[in-house]
Each structure stands twice: as C-alpha cells, then as structure tokens.
Design a protein around this ligand. Structure first.
Ligand SMILES: [Zn+2]
Length: 264
C-alpha cells in the first residue's frame, strides 16, 4: 500500500514524465476514479493544458496546470503510474494521460487493481489537501505543536494518532509500525501521555523509516526483498532483543510490535 515514500517515488517519476509537457489526450476508463464528477468533464478540463508542477503532500499528488487548474491524485491501496510503449491498454489500466514528447508522444498510464484510487479535478485546493498536517519529508515538523495536538486526542493510542493525516501527513500503517519500533514506544501508549523525549524520538524514527524505504525504492522496483524490520514480521525474533514480535488490532488496523523492547 503506497505511503509517503512510495507516493514520493511516484511523484518524482511523474515530474520527469509530465512537467512542462502538454496534455494532448486523456482517457479515463473507470468512472469510479473520478466519481462524483463525470469522466468527460474531467478529461476536458485537462486536455490541451501544460503541466506546470507535480507536487506531493502526504499521500496526495497535485498537478498544477498552466490555467491554474489542479488535478489531485490519491493512489489508495494499489494505484501506480507506468509508462506505456503504445496505445495498447496495460493490465489494470484505469486512465491514461498522453503528453507531447521529444520526439514521441508519452503515454502515462494509471493502473489500479483494487480500484480505490481517486482523481479530482478542481479550481482550488480540496478540503482534504488543505487540512493535511505537516509532511515529514517536505516540512519541518514542530514537536511542540505535534505534542499539543496529541494531548487533545485524549484516549487515542500513539499508533492511531500517527495515522491521522491531519496531524502528520503521509504516515500509514507500515511507517508507523517501523517508527514506533525504532523509537521503542509501545503502540498502545496513549498519545496524550507521551513526553517530549518520546515525541522527539518518534519524529526522528519516522524520518529514519521514510529514508530507509526511499533508499530501497531508489535501488529498483520494490518486490524482490522485504525492506521492513517489523511490519509483516509477526512471530519472528525482534532484531534488537530477540523477543518474538506479536500483533494487536488498534483502530481496526493490525499493528506488529515487540513486547520485549517497545515498552515506553
Ligand atoms: Zn525487541
């Protein structure tokens, strides 16, 4: 499931493929992608425009076009972008943007097996984008501000608080699981009860975890090796203290952690 590092990887690729290129065609094959907007309306709103910027905040990507229009993209569970060599549809293709090329046209294809992804064409920022918290890669996160937001979420566990995109944007189940292990913090600990040192340690651990995943992505397409130390490793010995990793459900999400050393 794409979280901040994967979405940043996709953004970098889109930046290379689309920036300063003119959109000569757009085909949205899956109406669900743009619902409740109409496919034809979204297609018409972007064809003919030049792509000025490709940005990311949290798990959202925002394309800015030369008439000021914005295209927001969320990859959700299984969304991804690929280049297509020809007009032939790719497996799980949901949409395609064709841009003028040097010397050929470039077909940028959106694929999505589970079909939970979203495209929103808009004249201004969507409420979802506007309400995102700071992005741990792009922004300087103020630990004091984060602590006071944690304190307001009285009974919530730190694991659930980290998944709240309005507190911190881009962290999902994987990055939160890895970071809490690195910071030695029990995922069940109440977010409001954490001390300054622990919040600082969690923020450092999030940066560490994001950097690790990004380095893994930079080495090539994901899938050959499991880059995670804790996520998906239930039952295996903790790398730090050798206790068997266990898991619990918090906020409806599976959380793997080490009962031996995640005790803060
Ligand atoms: Zn351990």
């Amino acid at each position: 499931m794409p979280e901040l590092p994967e979405v940043e990887y996709v953004r970098e690729r889109l930046h290379g493929w689309l920036r300063r290129r003119r959109i000569v065609a757009c085909t949205i094959a899956d109406a669900r992608l743009v619902r409740p907007a109409r496919v034809a309306t979204v297609e018409r709103s972007i064809v003919g425009r030049l792509v000025e910027r490709v940005e990311r905040h949290g798990k959202w990507i925002r394309l800015t076009l030369d008439d000021g229009r914005l295209l927001f993209v969320h990859l959700a569970m299984t969304g991804w972008f690929e280049l297509a060599e020809s007009e032939q549809a790719l497996r799980h293709e949901r949409a395609r943007i064709t841009v003028s090329g040097r010397p050929h046209l470039t077909h940028v294809v959106y694929v999505d097996a589970r079909r939970w992804g979203r495209w929103i064409s808009s004249r201004s920022d969507t409420p979802t984008w506007a309400h995102l918290g700071p992005d741990p890669l792009n922004d300087t996160v103020d630990p004091a501000a984060l602590r006071s937001r944690f304190r307001r979420s009285k009974s919530r566990s730190i694991k659930e608080a980290l998944l709240d995109q309005t507190l911190l944007a881009g962290v999902g189940n994987i990055q939160a699981t890895e970071a809490l292990w690195k910071a030695r913090v029990d995922p069940r600990a109440r977010a409001s009860a954490l001390g300054d040192k622990q919040v600082d340690a969690i923020l450092r651990a999030i940066s560490w975890s994001i950097a690790r995943t990004m380095a893994d992505l930079a080495r090539g397409e994901r899938g050959k090796e499991d880059p995670f130390l804790v996520y998906g490793h239930r039952g295996q010995p903790c790398r730090r203290c050798k206790t068997a990793l266990t898991h619990i459900i918090l906020g409806g999400r599976t959380t793997t952690f080490c009962p031996g050393c995640q005790t803060k």
